[in-house]
Design a protein around this ligand. Structure first.
Ligand SMILES: Nc1ncnc2c1ncn2[C@@H]1O[C@H](COP(=O)(O)OP(=O)(O)OP(=O)(O)O)[C@@H](O)[C@H]1O
Ligand SMILES: [Mg+2]
Length: 265
């Protein structure tokens, strides 16, 4: 995996004041032009993992290797504070780094919201705002896009359209994408690889491999609501045909804060 854009080994992370690590011995990597999606229950450490990979959080243990000079575009999970401020789309695109009018226009066009420069951020629809966020993340010609729940607030057609857009951008630019998402069904279709996180890597693999495993039925089974199904994911069962991380067979000393429901039916 020497060609990986970014690679983590034995990543262990705690938050200040937290008695136990929220991430335990995470091994993961992202290859060029790959779409990798992280799924997992609320509080399972997805955003923490993303921020650790971006170098925003100190590590307890482990190491992260980034390709030298790696350019990353980042859409954080929480941007509603920025959204509440009076600001035009054009100004927003120049934060934190000034960009030319031509680059701003091209980024908006690429994400399908051309001509919105003069609009106030607060006046945008949810879908338009997510596209503006993506446009901003694309501005420094990233090799890796990191999107933490980029479809929050979008309706089902909006979610589908957003993932289509992401795939188009990948096809056009060759950018790799690390995404956190709860939109499981769409995620399964739009990802090259899925990582199921719950403080540790529970299982990972191609959508095909994951869907062939009992984990798939636990994730997508009887419930039509993907998010609900995720909470019923039985993290300690056998994941046939799905790669385990080296630690998932151990007894974990820490509490995963989730319930082990058995599959119904
Ligand atoms: N800055 C912080 N200080 C202290 N604890 C934190 C901090 N950020 C997150 N945590 C805790 O770390 C754990 C993992 O949080 P994280 O935000 O990574 O979860 P997540 O998987 O992204 O959840 P969600 O699906 O709700 O976004 C949670 O228990 C959370 O309360
Ligand atoms: Mg999060």
């Amino acid at each position: 995996m020497s060609a990986a854009l970014i690679e983590a080994r034995g990543l262990t992370v705690s938050h200040p004041g937290g008695d136990l690590p929220v991430l335990n011995h995470i091994d993961m990597h992202i290859n060029p032009a790959e779409i990798v999606t992280v799924v997992g229950p609320n509080g399972s450490g997805k955003s923490t993992l993303v921020r650790a990979l971006l170098g925003q959080i100190a590590l307890d243990a482990g190491r992260i290797q980034r390709l030298a000079g790696l350019r990353i575009g980042y859409v954080p999970q929480r941007v509603h504070i920025e959204r509440a401020m009076p600001m035009t789309v054009r100004r927003f695109l120049s934060l934190p780094k000034r960009v030319s009018d031509a680059d701003a226009a091209a980024a908006l066009e690429r994400t399908g919201v051309e001509g919105l420069q003069a609009r106030q951020i607060v006046s945008l629809s949810g879908g338009q705002f997510q596209r503006v966020l993506l446009a901003r993340a694309l501005l420094n010609d990233p090799q890796l896009l990191v999107l933490d729940e980029p479809t929050q607030g979008l309706d089902q057609p909006g979610i589908v359209a957003f993932y289509k857009l992401i795939e188009e951008v990948r096809a056009q630019t060759g950018v790799a994408i690390l995404m956190v998402s709860h939109d499981l069904l769409v995620v399964m279709r739009a990802s090259d690889r899925v990582i199921c996180l719950n403080g540790h890597v529970c299982c990972e693999g191609t959508p095909q491999a994951v869907s062939a495993a009992p984990a798939y039925r636990a994730l997508f089974g009887a419930e039509s609501q993907g998010t609900l199904a995720l909470y019923r994911h039985h993290h300690d069962h056998d994941h046939d045909h799905v790669a385990h991380d080296a630690h998932s067979g151990h007894d974990h000393a820490h509490d995963h804060h989730h319930h082990h429901h058995h599959q119904q039916g």
